[in-house]
Design a protein around this ligand. Structure first.
Ligand code: CP
Ligand code: NVA
Length: 301
């Protein structure tokens, strides 16, 4: 694997299969083995945005791998007072064995990784959320047994979000069929999906539901986009994932959501809380297992 995981462009299909294999093993053997590839290593977890799942799963994951996690609130670091990203990367490389970062600008994370001599994992930027999508793919593999063109995902809502962008890269990497259903103006940039017959934009939410195995949605107002709240709460209304869309999909279709969820907005309460259709907590749990696998592979070597 490459030094860093900034987007799914950093991994090959072989890397993905290796991540799945190790994730499944770590999941099976959680609490039962003495696998500790981060023993003696300190991993910095820099957060500039709120988090429940990512922070907790990384902190717990580093500890379970034998390492020491340091939670770093970016607003309390000197980078918030004008120290450059490059200087921060030089300094942290002298103390730490790996950096996990959640921030706004994807370019800042690229700069951090370019200068740092230690591995950097993107824990969400405005543009990408690769750890989330790895957990989603592992969840799909667990339910469908495979990740290939036999699987169709329909993503509803903000077609330019970090989740949508990352799902597009997942479809390019694996061949899964991906339909993004979002309104005109909020659809994926043409160059992101050009040349891939397995990826389409479909503004009609009912048409997008045809043959769907997995519905996926995300908040209508991502972190950092709060100024657009009023406009977004109107334009995305027809793209709520609800029982009506499930009626149009494959029987047995499942519901995925990166979480946090807003019932009555991007998903109906009935779908979110459906004990058979909704697999969002399996998906959230898988964050821990895939991130442990990725950290072992990047930071444990
Ligand atoms: N899905 C996800 O990244 O959740 P958090 O924002 O709670 O970390
Ligand atoms: N698109 C959302 C994902 C949260 C995990 C956001 O960036 O807020």
């Amino acid at each position: 694997m490459k030094k860093d995981l900034l987007t799914l462009k950093d991994i090959t299909r072989d890397d993905l299969d290796n991540i799945f294999e190790l994730s499944a093993k770590l999941k099976r053997e959680r609490g039962k083995n003495s696998y500790a590839p981060l023993t003696g290593k300190s991993i910095g977890l820099i957060f500039a945005k709120s988090s429940t799942r990512t922070r907790v799963s990384f902190e717990v994951g580093v500890g379970e791998l034998g390492g020491h996690p340091l939670y770093l609130d970016q607003s309390k670091m000197q980078v918030g007072r004008g120290e450059t990203v490059a200087d921060t990367a030089h300094v942290l490389s002298r103390y730490l064995h790996g950096i996990v970062i959640r921030t706004f600008s994807h370019a800042d994370v690229e700069e951090l990784a370019r200068v740092a001599t230690i591995p950097v994992i993107n824990a969400l930027t405005d543009e990408y959320h690769p750890c989330q999508i790895l957990a989603d793919l592992l969840t799909i593999k667990e339910y469908s047994g495979k990740i290939d063109s036999s699987v169709k995902i329909a993503f509803y809502g903000d077609g330019r979000s970090n989740i949508a962008n990352s799902l597009i890269l997942a479809a390019k990497l694996t061949g899964i069929r991906l339909t993004i259903s979002s309104p005109e103006g909020e659809h994926p940039d043409a160059e992101r999906i050009a040349g891939f017959a397995n990826i389409e934009w479909q503004p009609d939410p009912e048409k997008a539901a045809k043959d769907v195995d997995y519905f996926y949605t995300d908040v209508w107002v991502s972190m950092g986009f709060e100024d657009e709240r009023a406009r977004r709460m109107k334009i995305f209304v027809p793209y709520q994932v609800n029982e009506h869309l499930f009626d149009l999909a494959k029987p047995g279709a499942k519901f995925l959501h990166c979480l946090p969820a807003h019932r009555g907005e991007e998903v109906s309460g009935g779908v979110m809380d459906d004990p058979v259709r909704s697999i969002v907590f399996d998906e959230a749990e898988n964050r821990l297992h895939v991130q442990k696998a990725v950290m072992s592979m990047l930071m444990g070597r």
